[in-house]
Write a protein that binds this ligand. Sequence first.
Ligand SMILES: Cc1ncc(COP(=O)(O)O)c(C=O)c1O
Length: 385
Amino acid sequence: MSHESADTGFSTRAIHTGQEPDPRTGSVIVPIYQTSTYAQDGVGGTREGDYEYSRTANPTRTALEEALAALENGRHALAFGSGMAASDAVLRTTLRPGDHLVLGNDVYGGTFRLIDKVLTGWGVTYSVAHLSDVDEVRAAMRPETKLIWCESPTNPLLGISDITTLAAIAHEGGAKLVVDNTFATPYLQTPLDLGADVVVHSTTKYLGGHSDVVGGAVVTGDDDLREQLFFLRNSAGAVPGAFDAWLTLRGLKTLSVRMERHCDNAERIAAMLQDHPKVARVYYPGLAEHPGHDVAAKQMRRFGGMVAFDHVDGEQAALKAAAGTNVFILAESLGGVESLIEHPGRMTHASAEGSLLQVPAELVRLSVGIEDGADLIDDLRQALA
Ligand SMILES: Cc1ncc(COP(=O)(O)O)c(C=O)c1O
């Protein structure tokens, strides 16, 4: 039975695509092929498609890649050792010295650092724009623009961009649209179906889902780009180990049920925060007042598990609230089953201080987990009291 067709349901693909029982033993779960190398038939005798060396390919990683491609409705997926390694590979295959890219004003701080501190040294230039503002994006485009780099929802301000419109603008200008789909996951949004050329993930987050593995992925339908990415990854070596690929694959199997619960809890928390006297503003695309709500409703299945808010009493009060929870754990990262709280200005986005990407000092970010919603609400109420 093939599980690769987009007609097969999401959860069925997550559990079965690329994950047929092992032909030799019947093992229902894809084995962890913890090997660096593979026996060959004779000198130079490997057949097409056979494994040679695990930097190039590994069967556990192949299973993960087939599942990821099926979930994002892309032809090709490549797994990397981290989300940043995946982003780096996309940037270095699509940009050359002299090229320009447009990126969102609250792109993940690590992505901004890579572009601002590494890519520019390599002769690439960039412009920052509010990607939710079509006129601003058009104005930022130049003849040498080769990429628009978009997150939707964004990290940490939960901004929403219209992916279909951004793809059209990119393509009119001869550029590609890359969507970092880490926050939404393919369960909530499939950017390739909306016209994007490339999807990148930090699989460290919801796809792995249990805060126990760092990884990344690129998914695309572009055969040439896939070849270039494969060549670069094999040349530079930013691959995940077999166990890390296996952990991510195990996480993927429960993605749909986890995401439903993340969304249930986040919706309840956003509603509670909206009425809370210590909260000046709630950032959650599921709220009707969110400026991107209609676009999010059009391109997403639900609104995700990330919520942010501004503390009404400023930075010190925000820091105190972030350090004052009992169930929410004060930590960077997101997307695991456990709820996390953090202060982006001092933690995840500290490297953006003083730049165009600086976030509000009174901002608190929540990665809402899948614990009992009532416990999470009680915990936030006591931290804000
Ligand atoms: C939206 C987004 N993209 C990319 C990354 C980088 O991923 P990694 O930490 O797996 O390298 C992160 C990490 O927080 C992220 O939040």
